[in-house]
Every structure is written in structure tokens, then in C-alpha cells.
Design a protein. Structure first.
Length: 439
């Protein structure tokens, strides 16, 4: 990830998903979450359509707005207790029917129309995730735009020093100001028109890989129970949360919300204030994922992480030693969900920034095996935070001990080779020493 000062972490400038604050600096390089939680680099350019092209672009905007508003209307009719409002797949089927029926809709781009539905689905997900307000009607002339996906390599080209061109379906080649490099792998782009009538195009591309240091060093990263992530180097990383004063404010607002009358203005204001705080926390976490993944990709040749698919199944075993009270457990369950989402994003970003250098490790027994003597015993897990080997007395931070086991597994050393109380041998991955030679 390029870490220019203009880089910040914000949500997608989605189709007025709730009323988003206008943080879009002109032609800033940003990291966005687009679609379903995917993180990609986005850079924005000034689009310079001809008169005729502008008319065609406005038509795309109109179609996107029409489809979006249809989705809003469908969901407005939905009420608790009724059959669920149609989801994205169902709406796509309905769109196909509508296109068969109406020539003017059929005349437009199906990508534009489908993406409007996708944006709406994302806006609803954000709403249910309580980070955004409920998506509302879009009016002509206000934050208009549409998205094009499945962009082919030749669809963006440079024609002179300061001029580029992008091929837009049903519009053709439209010029834009080539004010800085466009990423190599443009996956999708979004065309927007602001209230002043200016057009922009924002390209979304996969981030450029971070070069490996070439030191041969392997790091193990454990998705901690006590911390967000622990490294085999002993570092403990914590994803940021709300600060003390903000937490207090959030609690106060939540109490206020419980008292506020349904449908009142006050309730709306309180809800908006809560959404703002939660969005701030989400932004901080995204930023943390960016910095952490870039840092790891830059410092280590091989980054070993637990395989989430296997990890989710065995996670309960990992926490079983603690046997906390019921309330603690419930809360842990909630946090786990949030942490799991953040972890998934961290691994995804690592794989993008360090392609071929991320190894996913079967996490079974990594938390119960002593890194010093390899003895495997559930009883060694003293507490959530402390590992105390029952065989050799080795003491360590539990998550760091696990991270070291993750690292050693990646480096080809057996974990949980002996000991154990009737537990089956863990299935270790094939050693991949050749990975250590790269870079
Ligand atoms: Zn030991």
C-alpha cells in the first residue's frame, strides 16, 4: 500500500448510503471498502466528457437512480412480521423482467443497473451493521453516479502526458485528466457527478505488492484471545477501539436512544450520533488493518497465519480452558464476531500485499503446545493470557506462544510432536522451505 499523506480510510462513496459526510478530497488517493468488504485502492480523476457523452452519462445516472429507488420502495413496504424484503438475487431477477418489459430500461447498460442493486444491498448491510443510516431516495442532481465492473485491461489508456481515456459502456471513450498514475489492474470504476455538475471517475485497483525484505525471516501471527493479534516476535497488536470518553458518550447515547420515542426527531438525532461514533471506530480499525498488513509485508519474507476456515471450527477448544462466567462468555462471543471480521480482512490484505508469501496454518493445538519443549497439554493453558507448560515449566504470553508455534509450523518444524493426553496427532502442512529462499 502506498502510504502517501493523503491516504486515509473511508467508506465507499456509495449511492448516498444514508447521508454520507463529504470527505472526498478532490483527486485524493484513498482506500475504500467497496462491494462486500473488499478493500482496494481507489484514485479519483476529473472526467471531461463531451456534450453528447454527458447526455449519455446522465442517462446511466438516471437508470442507476431509477433502479435504486425501486429497491428503496420495495424495502419501504417491508415491515417486521412480513415476508422478508427481496434480496439482491431476487431483485436481479426482477430487473431482468423489467428490462424485458421496458425498452428504455433495456436500452441502458445492465452493468450500471445491476451495480445499483449491489450498492443498495451494501447500503442495507451497512444499515444493519449500524454504521450507516437507512438508504433513502435519490433525487435527480444529487450525488449522482454509477459503477462499472468487469473492466478489461485495455479499457483505460493514456493518450498524452495529461490526458487519459476510459471506455464506458454505451458511451465510448471518455477523456479524463491523467493527474497521476492509474493502477495497473483496474477492476472497476465509478463515475460520479457532483452538485456543481463536475464529473469524476474513480478507479478501483488491487493494491501493489509490497516488496519482500529478502531476509528469509518468517513471522507467525496468532489471532489472539487476549489481544487482536500476537506476533512470534513477542509483539502484541491491538486493533483500535473507541477511546474512553467516546465509549462513555456511546453508552450515554444508547441510554438516550432507549428512552427516545419512536419516530421522534430526537430519536433520529441520537441514532445519527451513534452511527457517527461507530463509523469512526470502523475507520480506525480499517486504518489499523492497512498499517499492520503493510508493516508485516515489509518486515518479513513469509507471514504465517492461522487458517480461518479450520480456526473457526477449533476456536471453541482454544477458549475452553478459561471457563469464564456466562456474561463474559456472551460478550466474548460478540467480540469474537467483530474480531473474526477484522482478522479476515487482515489476512485478505496480507495476501494482496504479499502475494505468495502468506502461509495458512492449521491452528489446531498451536495454543496448547509448548513452544519450548513441544509438549502438548490442554492444562498448560493457565489462563486466557498465560501459557505455563506442565512439562517444562516454560512461561509465556499465551498468544505469543501460539504465534511462535504458527511460525514454526510454517518453517517446517513439527508442532505438538509429542505429549498430549490421548489427542490425535495434528495434521501438519508439508514444509515449504522453498518459500524461505525467495525475495
Ligand atoms: Zn514445555
Amino acid at each position: 500500500m502506498r502510504t502517501s499523506p493523503s491516504t486515509c480510510s473511508v467508506d465507499a462513496p456509495s449511492f448516498r448510503a444514508g447521508r454520507k459526510r463529504e470527505t472526498v478530497a478532490d483527486e485524493g488517493l484513498r482506500v475504500l471498502s467497496v462491494g462486500f468488504g473488499r478493500l482496494i485502492d481507489v484514485s479519483r480523476f476529473r472526467l471531461q466528457p463531451t456534450r453528447a457523452q454527458e447526455a449519455a452519462l446522465l442517462e446511466h445516472c438516471g437508470h442507476a437512480r431509477y433502479v435504486w429507488n425501486l429497491a428503496v420502495e420495495q424495502h419501504a413496504h417491508w415491515q417486521p412480521g412480513r415476508k422478508t424484503a427481496p434480496g439482491f438475487a431476487e431483485q436481479c431477477r426482477q430487473l431482468t423482467q423489467a428490462r424485458a418489459e421496458f425498452a428504455w430500461l433495456r436500452g441502458g447498460s445492465i452493468i450500471v443497473q445491476q451495480q445499483a442493486l449491489k450498492d443498495f444491498a451494501q447500503a442495507m448491510a451497512n444499515f444493519f451493521g449500524k454504521t450507516h443510516r437507512k438508504p433513502t431516495w435519490r433525487k435527480r442532481g444529487q450525488g449522482e453516479g454509477f459503477r462499472i465492473v468487469a473492466v478489461k485491461p485495455g479499457d483505460v489508456r493514456r493518450v498524452s502526458r495529461n490526458v487519459g481515456e476510459v471506455r464506458i459502456p454505451k458511451v465510448g471513450w471518455v477523456r479524463f485528466r491523467w493527474s497521476r498514475p492509474v493502477g495497473d489492474e483496474v477492476r472497476s470504476y465509478r463515475v460520479t457527478r457532483d452538485r456543481a455538475g463536475r464529473w469524476h471517475v474513480a478507479f478501483a485497483a488491487l493494491p501493489e505488492p509490497v516488496p519482500a525484505p529478502g531476509s528469509g525471516e518468517v513471522v507467525g501471527v496468532d489471532r489472539g484471545v487476549a489481544v487482536s493479534a500476537a506476533l512470534s516476535t513477542g509483539e502484541l497488536l491491538n486493533a483500535p477501539t473507541l477511546r474512553g470518553a467516546e465509549k462513555t458518550r456511546l453508552l450515554r447515547l444508547q441510554r438516550k436512544l432507549a428512552r427516545a420515542k419512536r419516530g421522534s426527531n430526537r430519536r433520529g438525532r441520537v441514532k445519527a450520533a451513534i452511527a457517527k461514533l461507530k463509523a469512526r471506530e470502523a475507520d480506525r480499525r480499517k486504518d489499523w488493518v492497512e498499517k499492520t498488513s503493510t508493516g508485516l509485508a515489509r518486515r518479513f519474507d513469509v507471514i504465517a497465519v492461522e487458517d480461518l476456515k479450520i480456526g473457526n471450527m477449533t476456536r471453541s477448544a482454544k477458549g475452553a480452558v478459561e471457563a469464564p462466567g456466562r456474561n463474559v462468555r456472551q460478550k466474548a462471543g460478540l467480540n469474537r464476531g467483530i474480531l473474526a471480521a477484522g482478522w479476515g480482512r487482515l489476512v485478505e490484505r496480507l495476501e494482496q500485499k504479499a502475494p505468495g508469501r502468506v502461509q495458512k496454518i492449521d491452528p489446531r493445538y498451536t495454543s496448547q503446545t509448548c513452544n519450548a519443549c513441544k509438549h502438548l497439554a490442554r492444562q498448560s493453558r493457565e489462563s486466557q493470557a498465560l501459557f505455563l507448560c506442565v512439562a517444562c515449566g516454560h512461561r509465556a504470553h499465551a498468544d505469543v506462544n501460539a504465534a511462535k508455534n504458527v511460525r514454526d509450523t510454517a518453517a517446517g518444524h513439527a508442532v505438538a510432536a509429542r505429549g498430549g493426553f490421548g489427542l490425535p496427532e495434528p495434521v501438519n502442512r508439508e514444509p515449504q522451505r522453498d518459500l524461505l529462499l525467495m525475495g
